[in-house]
Design a binder for this molecule. Structure first.
Ligand SMILES: Cc1ncc(COP(=O)(O)O)c(C=O)c1O
Length: 397
């Protein structure tokens, strides 16, 4: 086949996967790869999961889609389940992370208007990633992603990440919310201090701002708890989800608590596809499997196996700046652009990706076993060592 008729939004690696099983993928040539990326934090249950696939087949044969103009029992069940694990009150289901964040941004603005703040402003972070729709792109802290799409949307105030003093200094009476990731995925696996999150929670309470946490990449068990912010012992007013929630069936969610949960009324927001029976069964089944199979505990343990293994194997290697992350959301920061390292890893039978130019990102499925986690380390470490051993000019080529 040829990509001649595809808009050139991606520059894909010349590999097409046709089959998957657990933490493994096979390409059209029958070559086998260990999946260290899970479709960018989507396939938490791995591939061809023995509980998920029959559940989807059964629901597809019964009912795939109905309009939100009617009651959708599967949607009600998914909302109840996801609110229970998140300690939230209400959910709105969308189709992607960007749409979940769009809902959060609209909710914050409407909340502001309802409180008499006409020029509602949301505080956002440097290096944040919230999506590629115009509102979420404007909230995103990547000039590279924004370039050429100006005029961006107003109503955002950007501050340095993980810096409470920078937010304390803000005095605008128009601020209605703070939106952030607990650890920035696309921004380079930057982890906020838990104390910063706790202080931010207190500051938002004191100033009557909504604390809105984007758990699109870090949520659904990936860091070893349902949601990364739970490590800080806080609860946001609004939280967004997508990626791992449907195990590959597109679903996003905007959850809200307390006053924030009562902001939207009929006619304020909506979607044709969001929260259909099939995607909600995918979410319900995903959450059940994660809980029953102890996958959060596994993510925490396997995260340690991989992180400690990489630290051991790459100790003292010139060019490795830092290995960091939470659970199965891991970054290896190099002192230079990562060049062709993704291709080299593929050649060695491992799927990875690079973010923020200098950070190798690992997001393996939550089902990864110990032997596979160790194998990931033993494949990746020599790839990184070889890459760094070549002259920097060759690496940049
Ligand atoms: C934290 C975060 N928020 C939002 C998004 C956007 O999600 P989507 O690509 O599903 O629109 C992403 C995607 O990478 C993300 O990592």
């Amino acid at each position: 086949m040829s990509a001649a008729h595809l808009m050139h939004t991606y520059a894909p690696q010349p590999v097409a996967f046709t089959r998957g099983e657990g933490a493994w993928l096979w390409d059209t040539e029958g070559r086998k790869y260990l999946d260290g990326l899970s479709g960018i934090a989507v396939n938490g249950l791995g591939h061809n999961h023995p509980v998920l696939v029959p559940a989807l087949q059964k629901q597809a044969a019964r009912l795939i889609h109905v309009s939100n103009l009617f009651e959708v029992p599967e949607q009600e069940a998914a909302a109840a389940r996801v609110c229970a694990i998140a300690n939230m009150d209400n959910a709105f289901f969308a189709n992607s992370g960007a749409e979940a964040n769009e809902a959060a941004i609209k909710l914050a603005r409407l909340h502001g208007h309802q409180r008499g703040i006409d020029n509602a402003t949301i505080v956002v972070m440097e290096k944040a990633w919230h999506g590629r729709t115009l509102a979420t792109l404007s909230a995103t802290g990547s000039r590279k992603a924004q370039a050429g799409f100006e005029p961006l949307m107003g109503g955002f105030l950007r501050v340095p990440y993980d810096d409470i003093a920078a937010i304390e200094r803000l005095e605008s009476a128009n601020i209605v919310a703070v939106l952030l990731e607990v650890l920035q995925g696309e921004g380079g696996i930057n982890v906020a201090h838990m104390e910063y999150l706790r202080k931010l929670r207190a500051l938002c309470d004191a100033r009557q701002w909504l604390l809105m946490i984007d758990e699109v990449q870090s949520g659904i068990g990936r860091t070893g708890k349902w949601f990364a912010h739970q490590w800080a012992g806080i609860t946001p007013d609004v939280m967004t989800l997508a990626k791992g929630l449907g195990s590959g069936v597109p679903i996003g969610a905007c959850l809200a608590k307390g006053a924030a949960a009562k902001v939207f009324k009929p006619g304020n927001h909506g979607t044709t596809f969001g929260g259909g029976p099939l995607v909600c069964v995918a979410a319900l089944t995903t959450l059940d499997v994660i809980e029953k199979d102890g996958l959060m505990e596994n993510a925490a343990r396997m995260g340690e196996v991989i992180t400690e293994g990489l630290k051991r194997e790459l100790a003292g290697v010139a060019g490795v700046k830092e290995i960091r992350g939470m659970g199965l959301m891991i970054g290896i920061e190099l002192d230079r652009p990562c060049g062709d390292i993704t291709k080299r890893a593929l050649g060695a039978g491992l799927v990875i990706n690079v973010t923020a130019e200098r950070v190798i990102r690992l997001l393996p499925p939550l089902v990864i076993r110990e032997a596979e986690a160790k194998q990931l380390v033993s494949i990746l470490a020599p790839v990184v060592r070889d890459f760094l051993a070549q002259p920097a000019s060759a690496a940049a080529a």
